[in-house]
Design a protein around this ligand. Structure first.
Ligand code: SAH
Length: 397
């Protein structure tokens, strides 16, 4: 049977030459503007993807409302989506078993990067936290396969869903509350790199912690020394790691609830860390002009460039933060500086840092150019899967 003659349950979506060329380049998305026809295709359906000449590109999950209309799930015809989902979940779990060490909190499933577009699953010790981001993954059969497979393989105490109202609206899905979908445990303690953290499944940002920084915490701790400042510290991810090596650690964040958990985390690990509730821009301005000095500074701000249009303003924001931090570092001091804005490329970010070093009259030696932890895999031909930059640099004079 030729590939072109196959269709899944008769449902076929035809894409334009531009959409086809994206898929040929190895991307997995086709935008709505590149659809030629999707007649009779229901929201969230499994579809065969062909171009106008009849060339087949594989099987995709369809969204009737998102700008990303097609997310490719296989280059082959797919007869049984449930079986494919089960296999993909098994593969994602097996991959983590190979690469994860010294932690019981990590991302188990990272959407496209695990060939499960629209599904994110994070493990926090014995609790699983799910995000369902597309019509196809929200379907009852898909939900049932996902939860039963995760239960059978991992036996979690509970599973919770973090529903994002904005995403559900974009996908034209009915509102749904965040909450337990299985079991009744909503809090636990997890361990990463030997550091313990409180986890409350129904509170906090993201799914509760910034798991993508896990390997960067350990790397930062290797260089850290003396007096340390963790700016945008949230619940203390970097600060708690720095406290293993530094004589004094201060964490800064504008969120009081985050700092309350940070303080509990410090107590849990037997560290004495000072937490300051402040706007980081104001605090860095005050501290740098009043002559405060540090040996280690971490900058991990929220994404400044949410869209491409924000890029220039975002670069200015990063420049200001890094400039002030560089002015405050003693000779031999360590700067750990991060950007989680996808629209700011690694080259852009290094450029900003070079500009800041020049303006601060400091010589910076690049120690490490890092990204997101390995449990957040990057698909080389899907640039959107790579977003986190973490640079460790040493001020030499
Ligand atoms: N470093 C943290 C993650 C930081 S996320 C970790 O590894 O866990 C970004 C943090 O910046 C959030 O906690 C948010 O509350 C805080 N934040 C956002 N804007 C801020 C501002 N202007 N000043 C201080 N903190 C801010």
């Amino acid at each position: 049977m030729s590939k072109t003659s196959h269709s899944v349950g008769g449902l076929t979506v035809t894409i334009s030459a531009r959409g086809a060329s994206r898929l040929k380049d190895g991307h997995v998305w086709v935008y709505r503007s590149d659809l030629v026809s999707a007649d009779g295709v229901s929201p969230g359906a499994l579809v065969s993807v062909v171009d106008q000449r009849g060339q087949a590109f594989g099987t995709a999950l369809y969204s009737s409302s998102s700008q990303i209309a097609i997310r490719l799930i296989s280059h082959e015809p797919v007869a049984d989506l449930s079986a494919l989902l089960r296999q993909r979940l098994a593969d994602a779990i097996a991959y983590r078993e190979r690469i994860i060490r010294d932690t019981n909190a990590y991302r188990l499933v990272f959407s496209e990067a695990d060939f499960l577009p629209g599904l994110i699953v994070d493990r926090y010790n014995d609790i699983l936290s799910l995000q369902i981001l597309t019509q196809a993954m929200d379907a009852e059969t898909a939900r049932e396969v996902i939860t039963s497979e995760l239960t059978d393989r991992l036996h979690p105490a509970s599973m919770i869903e973090r529903a994002d109202p904005r995403v559900r609206q974009l996908e034209d899905l009915p509102p749904r509350p965040s909450g337990l979908i299985q079991g009744d445990k909503t809090s636990t303690i997890f361990t990463m790199n030997g550091v313990q953290f409180h986890f409350d499944a129904l509170a906090g940002q993201k799914t509760g912690a910034f798991l993508d920084q896990r390997e960067n915490y350990a790397a930062a701790a290797q260089y850290a020394h003396g007096e340390a400042l963790d700016v945008f510290c949230y619940q203390g991810g970097f600060a708690l790691h720095l406290a293993q090596r530094c004589s004094r650690v201060t964490g800064v964040d504008s969120s009081r609830p985050a700092l309350e958990v940070a303080d509990q985390n410090a107590a849990l690990n037997g560290h004495n860390i000072e937490w300051i509730e402040a706007n980081a821009f104001d605090l860095l301005k005050d501290y740098s002009s009043s002559g405060s000095r540090y040996d280690t500074i971490v900058l991990d701000p929220p994404a400044f460039a949410k869209t491409k249009r924000d890029l220039d303003a975002a670069l200015r924001g990063y420049k200001e933060l890094n400039l002030r931090a560089l002015k405050m570092l003693r000779p031999g001091g360590v700067l750990v500086t991060c950007s989680c804005s996808y629209h700011v490329s690694q080259a852009d970010f290094i450029g900003v840092l070079a500009d800041a070093a020049r303006d601060a009259h400091r010589t910076l030696r690049l120690a490490e150019v890092r990204g997101q932890a390995k449990d957040h895999p990057i698909l080389l031909n899907v640039p959107e899967t790579a977003y986190l930059k973490c640079i460790i640099a040493i001020v030499s004079e």
